[in-house]
Design a protein around this ligand. Sequence first.
Ligand code: SF4
Length: 63
Amino acid sequence: MQITVDTDKCCAAGQCVLAAPDVFDQRDEDGIVVVLNSSPPAEQHAAVREAAQICPAAAITLS
Ligand code: SF4
């Protein structure tokens, strides 16, 4: 799994951080998403898929 985020789309909602806190974080200054691990291990894939689904801005792409 490879994670790509479009920071231009991100509206800093933080849903991804709640769903997968080991993979996503937010910048302190504006809350825009930061990917901590763009190719996470298998045990985190379900949480990452959930994060991508619930992101209100559809800013997370998985491949
Ligand atoms: S859930 Fe989407 S919009 Fe919210 S911080 Fe994460 S990437 Fe950005």
